[in-house]
Design a protein around this ligand. Structure first.
Ligand code: NAP
Length: 281
């Protein structure tokens, strides 16, 4: 079965537009601001796509563009400004920031109530403690795919490959929250292929094109490919899973593109609208 994140995102986006209309009737215009490294082509492309979808849903927003000339003081002043601006409901701090800036300090300063990407230490702490808060957009999008296709992970063996703060770790925690038995693999994991073969649910969040092969997969397993990789000589993005071989063995699999990516954006926008809705209630 193909887990079609793009088709699902279209359904979700219609719901988002309805929620925005309701807010606007009450005089609230949801606004998602962006802080982005203007000289990073990948970040600029991701943000452009996110802004396009936000506009289509009726969400306003302004961008603060970071260049090599931006100082830490200017970045922190911008974070303070969005934190204090009641018209800004959500802020996307697009990772990565240029190396000369302290991204951790920026994330620590961003208010959890505006962290609609769910990547600040405060949001991740809330997830860890099982407290309400904005959940990290990519793993949240993945849970929405699982729900849409009625995939119950309770008691199942889940393997997440990758332990980044924005993807692997929160994914593992969200699967644990859903009562899966979770293992996290990373670059030091021994016998990775064998660990994969034990998994009923396999989430690849690595950043290595087509690393996970079909013969690593347990027959019938659910395979979620969060990877987006550029490969020289190939058009478009390539996942972390070798789709051709894996799709013959897996019970269900997300494609790249058209799987996790669109649901990441839909989840980010949904969180931004929730942030605006929380102002009303
Ligand atoms: P990251 O910060 O570079 O983390 C990669 C993780 O993979 C690390 O934990 C690393 O282990 C692990 N790893 C690297 N090589 C490995 C290997 N050979 N075997 C096992 N584990 C290995 O990357 P990220 O930001 O989490 O992103 C991961 C992928 O998801 C990328 O392709 C990225 O483009 C994609 N992504 C997609 C979306 C989306 O919307 N679909 C959003 C964000 C990211 P160590 O910790 O030991 O170094």
């Amino acid at each position: 079965m193909l887990l079609d994140g793009l088709a699902l995102s279209k359904i979700v986006r219609t719901e988002l537009a309805d929620r925005v209309s309701e807010l606007k009737k009450q005089g609230i215009h949801p606004r998602l601001d962006v802080i982005v490294a203007a000289q990073d082509p990948a970040s600029v492309a991701y943000v452009k796509m996110k802004r396009k979808w936000a506009e289509a849903a009726g969400i306003d927003g302004e961008a603060f563009e970071i260049t090599d000339a931006t100082s830490q003081e200017e970045l922190m002043a911008q974070i303070k400004a969005v934190n204090e601006n009641p018209h800004v409901h959500g802020v996307l701090l697009q990772h990565p920031l240029p190396k000369h800036l302290d991204e951790d300090a920026a994330l620590l300063a961003l208010g959890a109530e505006k962290d609609v990407d769910g990547i600040t230490p405060a949001s991740l702490g809330r997830l860890t403690a099982g407290l309400p808060g904005f959940r990290c957009a990519t793993p949240l999008g993945i849970t929405k795919i699982l729900d849409h296709y009625n995939i119950d992970v309770t008691g199942k063996r889940a393997l997440v490959i990758g332990r980044s703060h924005i993807l692997g770790k929160p994914m593992a925690l969200m699967l644990l929250e859903r009562n899966a038995t979770v293992t996290i693999a990373h670059s030091r994991t021994l016998d990775l292929a064998d660990r994969c073969r034990e998994a009923d649910i396999l989430v690849a969040a690595v950043g290595r094109a087509e690393m996970v092969k079909g013969d690593w997969i347990k027959p019938g397993a659910i395979v979620i490919d969060a990877g987006y990789n550029k490969v020289e000589g190939r058009k478009g993005d390539v996942g972390d899973v070798d789709f051709e071989s894996a799709s013959k063995i897996a019970g269900a699999i997300t494609p790249v593109p058209g799987g996790v990516g669109p649901m990441t954006v839909a989840s980010l926008l949904s969180n931004a609208i929730t942030a605006a809705e929380q102002m009303v209630s």
